[in-house]
Design a protein around this ligand. Structure first.
Ligand code: ARG
Length: 270
């Protein structure tokens, strides 16, 4: 009797513990299941919610304001698209390189990050219709004698790693050239040029021109090269996520038609 009395609280504890664990277990898998199947489409209540990844180091396209909010042209495009299809959006600042695996493994529903739709990337991801047109440019000191891409051949050039600008430099200088300085972000790539580690920085026109405009004291100039091709930005979804891609395309189509896209980016994209 006395022995039984002493064991009773332990037995009770074990029952409680297993209930808690069991409860957590089912709760957890239910959560995971919901995220898996609903992905972009299930949010609080009936409203869809998009979890959108970005690299917010790319003003004026995607960047942080002084209070840490993710803002920019790309961000406004996604907000407008979401509004058209009745979805909420939450942005996550993932960074450039981690953004690609984040879309693959479902950590985010899709990515917006001035992502150029390249044949290479299309093998691994699906993209929406284009919403923005860009091209590479070269940022150099005002007194530089560089006047075209070819001039960079025996010089040092900085660029954001694994961007289309990086591809351009690899093609010119060779894949493993030590003259390419591949930085983690575009601001860091520009920094490399400012502190003399590189003779030029290569990047998307929107971002480089914005930098030039905001930093007249740095005495820089921008040049273009006729070999730079037009690049089209798209929203990047997991390969095969046709449902989400269709939904986003529906939104993009609407903001093209009602003029909102032009309001945000300043021009029409076909
Ligand atoms: N358009 C270029 C590319 O797709 C650069 C994009 C970089 N975007 C960014 N948010 N860092 O490769």
């Amino acid at each position: 009797m006395r022995k039984g009395m002493r064991l009773w609280p332990i037995g009770f504890l074990l029952v409680c513990l297993s209930l808690v664990l069991f409860g957590c277990g089912t709760g957890g898998s239910e959560e995971a299941g919901k995220k898996e199947e609903g992905s972009a489409s299930e949010g609080a209540g009936d409203k869809k919610k998009f979890i959108v990844g970005t690299d917010a180091t790319y003003a004026p396209m995607e960047y942080m304001d002084s209070s840490g909010n993710i803002i920019g042209i790309d961000i406004d495009v996604v907000k407008a698209v979401a509004e058209e299809v009745g979805a909420e959006v939450e942005f996550k600042n993932i960074g450039w390189e981690p953004l690609f695996p984040a879309v693959k493994n479902g950590e985010v529903d899709f990515a917006v990050s001035s992502i150029t739709m390249t044949e290479e990337r299309k093998k691994e991801f699906d993209f929406t219709d284009p919403y923005y047109i860009a091209n590479q440019v070269i940022l150099i000191p005002e007194d530089s004698d560089i006047s075209k891409l070819e001039d960079l051949k025996d010089k040092k050039a900085s660029v954001q790693i694994n961007t289309t600008g990086h591809e351009v430099l690899k093609e010119l200088m060779g894949n493993t050239s030590a003259n390419i300085i591949a930085a983690e972000t575009m601001p860091l790539a520009i920094e490399e040029m400012l502190n003399g580690n590189a003779d030029a920085a290569v990047g998307d026109n929107s971002v480089v021109n914005e930098y030039l405009k905001n930093n007249p004291d740095k005495k820089l100039k921008v040049i273009e090269d006729e070999s730079f091709e037009k690049e089209y930005y798209g929203l990047m979804v997991k390969k095969g996520n046709q449902e989400l891609r269709d939904l986003l395309n529906e939104g993009i189509k609407k903001i093209k038609e009602n003029g909102k896209l032009k309001e945000i980016t300043g021009y029409d994209v076909e």
